[in-house]
Design a protein around this ligand. Structure first.
Ligand SMILES: [Zn+2]
Length: 442
């Protein structure tokens, strides 16, 4: 029956239906809001009855249908979480936190002890995962259930082994849409935010990493999932390098406690993007000519580091690749985007220095670390590059301990509000880091 603890699942998701029928608690799947509308209790979305009526006069929810159809003929099966029991948990982390990380780690632990929520706003490359370890350890020893969720599956895949290594004796599970492993109960788990739709009052501590990333941001369905998945008394922890306006507003109004870590663990300032005018870059690339400003930058940056080129349009990427190849025939390069079946392989090759230049869509804006890279954002004023995306992209540079003089360049044909916003935010964090004594002068 453990499979029902803190879960809210449909009959078809249950293993031993006889046992569950006998002992499981049944919850409604949908509830009428008024005569005309009905709310799904898995994803919280309200539907117009006339649109979601089935032939048998029941209603269904189209919003969360990818997790299996919910309709009014069904019930959810659920059992409450067992009462937490104090225990000993093996903690195998031997690293040391920096002064800045330690302060955030202390804040976090204090919040969890008080069952309060908190946002951690840590600059790109600050080392945020390490700051969680002490709190996760404390929570597990209290007998709490701890979830670590991210909107992005690649972030989950990267987090899982790191957390498992720190708690080597702790059973853990990784949940995402394409997993093959059968669900089983664990006190510690890593999942995509979509998977939270299958939980109900499960977590004492729920950590949402990359809270500003797609598809979580501005998604009421996933935000409902989070509220449903936590216990009434619990701590919700948000992690981000680029908080949304909504979160910063909550912080300003003191509705959400926030810890800011404004410096990286290696005590160097964040690289501040520089801007360079690049006229009619789209037109030139379409014609098979690379803009001069771009070629010049590739040449100078490429002398010191590998180069990541962010391109706003997938359709232009192939053209761009061919043009650069002609100008630099000796340089191994590739382009990559979200639909590319060889995406992971290409990223690995860039990491292993098999490529010197990687042309990419915004898919690599976060969640990846390369040694010794500089970044060029071509058409940085394009609408796909919002402030957060530009801050994240700039954050790909100088993440490792060794300094390689990596640079960030925004090539544009008209400075956008987002570009100015990103540069301002990065400078502000650097100033704060210096003020707090977390950044050394170079
Ligand atoms: Zn739904």
């Amino acid at each position: 029956m453990q499979e029902l603890w803190g879960r809210k699942i449909l009959k078809k998701e249950v293993d031993d239906i006889e046992l569950v029928e006998e002992h499981g608690q049944k919850l409604s799947t949908m509830q009428e809001v008024n005569e005309k509308t009905i709310q799904c209790l898995r994803c919280g979305q309200i539907q117009n009855k006339s649109i979601v009526q089935l032939c048998n006069n029941h209603y269904f929810c189209p919003e969360c249908i990818q997790l299996g159809r919910v309709d009014t003929s069904q019930k959810f099966y659920h059992l409450s979480e067992p009462i937490p029991v104090q225990r000993t948990v093996n903690f195998a982390w031997e690293g040391k936190l920096t002064e800045g990380q330690q302060a955030v780690s202390n804040d976090l632990l204090a919040s969890v002890k008080e069952n309060e929520s908190r946002m951690i706003w840590a600059v790109t490359g600050a080392g945020k995962t390490e700051m969680l370890f002490k709190t996760i350890h404390h929570s597990l020893e209290c007998g709490y259930r701890v979830g670590i969720a991210s909107p992005r599956v690649d972030v989950c895949l990267e987090l899982f082994p790191r957390i498992q290594a720190v708690f080597p004796d702790e059973p853990m599970i990784l949940l995402h849409g394409k997993m093959e492993e059968q669900y089983h109960y664990t006190k510690l788990l890593v999942c995509t935010t979509h998977q939270l739709l299958r939980f109900f009052q499960a977590f004492d501590v729920l950590i949402i990493d990359e809270v500003d990333a797609f598809p979580f941001v501005d998604n009421p369905l996933l935000q409902y999932a989070v509220k449903q998945a936590i216990k009434k008394t619990s701590s919700l922890i948000y992690l981000t390098a680029t908080p949304t306006k909504e979160l910063t507003k909550k912080t300003a109004k003191n509705e959400l406690q926030t810890s800011i870590l404004s410096a990286r663990y290696h005590r160097r300032a964040l690289p501040v993007p520089r801007t360079k005018w690049c006229n009619q870059w789209q037109k030139k690339i379409k014609k098979g000519n690379a803009p001069r400003a771009l070629l010049k930058k590739i040449r100078t940056l490429g002398n010191k580091n590998d180069v990541l080129i962010f391109c706003p349009s997938i359709s232009l990427m192939e053209n761009l690749k061919e043009t650069i190849e002609k100008k630099f025939p000796e340089v191994p390069l590739a382009c990559v985007h979200s639909q590319d079946p060889e995406r992971l392989e290409k990223v690995m090759k860039m990491r292993n220095k098999k490529y010197r230049i990687l042309i990419t869509s915004t898919i690599l804006e976060r969640g990846v670390t390369f040694d010794g890279v500089s970044v060029i954002v071509l058409g940085a004023n394009h609408a796909v590059f919002g402030t957060s995306a530009l801050v994240q992209i700039a954050g790909r540079v100088d993440r490792r301990k060794e300094y390689t003089a990596g640079e960030v360049w925004f090539l544009h044909d008209g400075c956008s509000k987002a570009m100015k916003g990103a540069i301002k935010q990065i400078k502000k964090m650097n100033a704060l880091g210096i003020e707090r004594g977390l950044i050394d002068e170079m």
